[in-house]
Design a protein around this ligand. Structure first.
Ligand code: AVJ
Length: 313
């Protein structure tokens, strides 16, 4: 095959890494955590004693999915922003008896796998995966045109977005789902910083491995020469911004190459790898309104750790 100019150009990951490492302060977008190794490490995080969000949200869905079903009614098309969780998605689908299920994810391969698993668990349910970027308003598959929609965005994944981007994302959801839509969204609550910092810096070091895997991924996929042992995992609560920040901190002066470019950090300098915003209930309500939604119901666990919200467009 003839050589094309693109053959020598970095892909999305390479471009993001080169741009982020050239910036001050250095940063890499959190979405690049999730290669095969990173996805497996995230699964392990969700089982950690310190990481309360997943089990708390599953508890809320188990307790209240029936009320969600009674409120939104049967026969909607459930549209999940993300490729679907093997535990949370079935809890919702069982309760709302949908006419169709549309998972939306950038990664068509990953989505096909989880869509097949769900299809087997719900025989007779029409599953129409959509490969695309859900941060933009999308045209849904023709098969669900005319059906009223129920959006699903669990996991407090919205927390990765800074406030303005979070509002834009919620507006894109409203545009994608159309009139007569509902949204079930999980949002982590603000709480004691010790609880938050432990959730993102667990005793077994799984979150540290998850964060450091980003450097290993750069070495694997972009021919990076990073000495991973020159970095340590950092998780700290930023109270002004209302978010947990994860960083990779250089423990000494360090230099390395990525895609033929040289980068240096001085001891103590960090690469900012993730923001995970936490909201009070008032902030969550403001976020809903700014994003084009009307808050209807919120369910909170007994420890006031996590909120499961039901919003109407
Ligand atoms: C998948 C983005 C919701 O922010 O809690 C877990 C990712 N990072 N531990 C979160 C994550 C470190 C998680 N989200």
């Amino acid at each position: 095959m003839a050589s094309r100019p693109q053959d020598d150009m970095p892909g999305d990951f390479g471009t993001a890494v080169l741009t982020g490492l050239a910036a001050t302060p250095k940063t890499i977008p959190a979405r690049y955590f999730y290669d095969a190794k990173g996805s497996a490490l995230f699964e392990a995080i969700t089982d950690l004693p310190e990481y309360y969000p997943t089990r708390t949200e599953i508890g809320l869905l188990t307790a209240h999915a029936g009320e969600i079903g009674a409120t939104v009614g049967e026969g909607r098309a459930v549209v999940e922003f993300g490729s679907g969780s093997s535990v949370k998605t079935p809890l919702l689908l069982r309760a709302v008896a949908p006419s169709a299920y549309v998972p939306i994810d950038i990664s068509a391969a990953f989505m096909a796998e989880s869509a097949a698993t769900l299809g087997a668990a719900f025989p007779g349910l029409a599953v129409h995966p959509l490969a695309g970027d859900f941060t933009q308003a999308l045209r849904l598959p023709a098969q669900v045109e005319g059906m009223p929609k129920l959006g699903f965005f669990p996991g407090s994944t919205l927390g990765n977005a800074a406030p303005a981007a979070a509002v834009d994302l919620l507006r894109a959801f409203a545009a994608t789902l159309g009139s007569d839509a509902w949204l079930v969204i999980g949002l982590d609550l603000r709480k004691d910083r010790r609880v938050l910092e432990a959730a993102y810096d667990d005793a077994q070091g799984v979150t540290a491995a998850f964060n450091l895997n980003l450097l290993a991924r750069i070495n694997r996929e972009l021919g990076g020469t990073i000495d991973v042992s020159a970095f340590r995992h950092r998780a700290r609560w930023n109270g002004d911004a209302g978010r947990i920040e994860m960083h990779l901190e250089a423990v000494r002066d360090v230099a390395f190459d990525v895609l033929g470019q040289r980068f240096t950090l001085v001891a103590g300098e960090t690469i900012h790898t993730e923001n995970s915003h936490k909201w009070t209930l008032d902030e969550a309500r403001l976020l809903a309104r700014a994003g084009g939604w009307t808050p209807v119901t919120v369910w909170i666990d007994a420890g006031a750790k996590f909120g499961l919200h039901l919003w109407r467009v």
